[in-house]
Ligand binder design. Sequence first.
Ligand code: PAN
Ligand code: ZN
Length: 191
Amino acid sequence: MQTVAGTSFIEPFTVEIDVNRGEMPRAKHHIVRRASDMRGHYADQEALERLIADSGDPVHYEVFEVPVPEEYGHLMYCISTLQPGTVGDECFMTKGHYHTVVNTGETYLCLRGEGYMIMKTSDGRFNAQPMVRDRMVYVPPYWAHRSVNTGDEPLVSYCVYGAEAGHNYGDIEQEGFIKRVYRRSGAVEIV
Ligand code: PAN
Ligand code: ZN
């Protein structure tokens, strides 16, 4: 068998996914982001500090993955589980990022819950796609992406992307996502 330089040969494998709990039980990487990891991301920073102080710094979201080599040709995949809730009236969300290798896309298959994937480009385009069970969002290359939970249960999705992608959080932290997602009197507003 001939292999290609830069793409490691590995053995095939399978993973278990617990769709209802939003977990990959035997994940090797388990990233947990709490409310305190989200400082600087919400419009109402005082509301975030109150949430951290009064609710024991609750878990915001978790990412489970069995990593593969971060190389062109491999596909990274993960389960991402974002809890429901609001900071002030802004819905819980992930930090969001561009891929470091900007021309790598990603798919998000929503397994449970409801929300939005909000996306923006470095030249100021904005797009929001609904995330709801059995629906897949395609995040094309170049788009920064953030998931937002607008419902009352965890938003669970299965993501797949080029394993060489990398995550660039810094640029979008500086730029912001143009719009925010709120739940006011039960209605979702993207403004
Ligand atoms: C996802 C995200 C995951 C967490 O796996 O990494 O939903 O969001 P943040 O990375 O923005 O905190 C993905 O888009 N990977 O590329
Ligand atoms: Zn991504």
